[in-house]
Design a protein around this ligand. Structure first.
Ligand SMILES: [Fe+2]
Length: 464
């Protein structure tokens, strides 16, 4: 079923946007790694940090620790993870820290002892997300990379397989059900034609593993969670054996013959209970927003949708523009209908995590008029009214994913703070910008970091 198009060679992208003078992709500009680990205290702030914010805003991205062997073909998705964290308390930005995640390559490069913990899986690329699972904070990546348990100061305390309970792998995009506190994950390894559904308890132990066969070696980056279902994304990006044999370190390929469907796995069901619902055509989704069960039995999923992905090779993930769509999966018909919600180019969807799996109203993404050059603005979309609000960060400013943090004492959706790391291309420094979600035009605080923060992937507010 899987079509292998590893031999396609002509990239569609305009490489001039990315190439540095030595021709290295994704190693120049603000993709370039930073090599120093920095600790800075009492950061300078314009405006006023809300005094109620007590915790850390942590994000992670790829940051190769050593010169890469083949800069021209370097893949942004690979490389050691570097964490960046800002700690807020009593209206002050107490510190900024950046720290490599101590995977094997970092530990060897730094001459440090290996962190304790299991040795199964691999640990060299924990660069995708930072999440609290159970009582621990972890750096996470998919495809067999072991979760790395982090200290408050962003040091790597241990490799983790959740006390020996983890299945074959974990993922960077599990979902926490706010009603139970349990973490739900759809996981995979490239060598297996299946995913696993894993449920992690509030004590950080996997209590349930369900194997679900797939017709191919599928890359499954994200998932959806509703009150009834864990939703499996079976999309047309697969691992190419041919490309792997030719030495491609990340042999992902666009395989439209694979088809595109979502699997509705009842949360306490088995693989036999999965209801597969086919998409019209073969779109691709890296990232889902929220999802919920509609009263008519359908499952509503808001997703950031691409027309294709990795058409010729896996060097660039975000070369094409994606848009916010609503997918409605009907288990009665086995079909998914698609509806364009918002026409802005956008990525990295977030929402108020307190409404995960429930009917909701607001989505927060990042947007740009020229995606390959970076994301310039924040986009808030009202799924009930079908309206959007956009605010740009200003000349030379490029934002990363926006994180929503609820206001203290309020349970109302959208009553909270939007926080993002924003790269200043003029000064080659980074700011953390805080706005109230209901007043996008007026940032309440801009925290100035002493260093550059390279473009990366995801992160979280970890409240104290
Ligand atoms: Fe992601």
């Amino acid at each position: 079923m899987t079509l292998d198009n590893a031999e396609a060679t002509e990239p569609r992208r305009d490489d001039s946007l990315y190439l540095s003078r030595d021709g290295s992709l994704y190693l120049s500009g603000n993709y370039a790694p930073v090599l120093e680990e920095v600790t800075a205290y009492d950061l300078s702030v314009d405006g006023k940090i809300p005094a109620e914010l007590s915790g850390r805003l942590i994000r992670v991205g790829p940051n190769p620790i050593a010169p890469v062997d083949d800069p021209v073909n370097h893949n942004w998705l690979t490389g050691a993870g570097m964490l960046h964290g800002v700690r807020l308390r009593d209206g002050k930005a107490e510190w900024y820290r950046n720290r490599f995640v101590r995977g094997t390559d970092v530990q060897m490069a730094l001459g440090e002892p290996a962190p304790p913990g299991p040795t199964r899986g691999y640990d060299a690329a924990n660069n995708t997300h930072v999440l609290k699972i159970g009582k621990g904070t972890y750096a996470l990546t998919e495809a067999g990379c072991l979760p790395m348990l982090l200290s408050y100061d962003l040091m790597t305390e241990a490799r983790s397989d959740f006390g020996g309970t983890m299945g074959d792998a974990f993922t960077a995009h599990p979902r926490v059900d706010p009603l139970t506190g349990e973490t739900h994950a759809i996981t995979y390894t490239p060598s297996q034609e299946k995913v696993q559904y894993q449920v992690v308890t509030t004590e950080g132990r996997v209590r349930r593993i369900v194997d679900v066969p797939l017709p191919g070696h599928v890359m499954v980056h994200d998932m959806c969670l509703t009150q009834k279902y864990a939703v499996i994304l079976d999309m047309p990006v697969t691992f190419s054996q041919l490309a792997a044999m030719s030495g491609d370190p990340l042999p992902l390929r666009w395989t439209p013959d694979h088809g595109c469907r979502v699997g509705l796995l009842p949360r306490e069901g088995t693989a036999e209970d999965v209801v597969w619902c086919e998409l019209p055509g073969t779109p691709f989704v890296f990232h889902t927003g929220n999802a919920y069960d509609a009263a008519d039995g359908t499952v509503v999923m808001d997703v950031v949708r691409y027309e294709s992905m990795y058409y010729t090779n896996s060097l660039s993930a975000f070369e094409d523009e994606a848009r916010l769509y609503r997918w409605t999966a009907d288990p009665a018909t086995g079909k998914v209908t698609e509806q364009l919600l918002d026409d802005h180019a956008q990525e990295f969807p977030r929402y108020d995590d307190r409404v995960t799996g429930q009917d909701y109203r607001y989505s927060y993404t990042v947007t740009s008029d020229d995606v390959p050059k970076g994301f310039t603005g924040l986009l808030k979309y009202d799924v009930k009214r079908g309206t959007s609000e956009r605010v740009d960060y200003g000349h030379g400013m490029l934002t990363m994913e926006t994180v929503f943090v609820p206001s203290a004492g309020s349970s109302a959706e959208d009553d909270g703070w939007l926080m993002a790391y924003v790269h200043d291309a003029t000064t080659e420094r980074c700011d953390v910008v805080i706005r109230h979600a209901q007043d996008l035009a007026n940032p309440v605080a801009t925290i100035h970091l002493p260093t550059r923060v390279p473009f990366g992937f995801h992160g979280s507010w970890i409240a104290d």
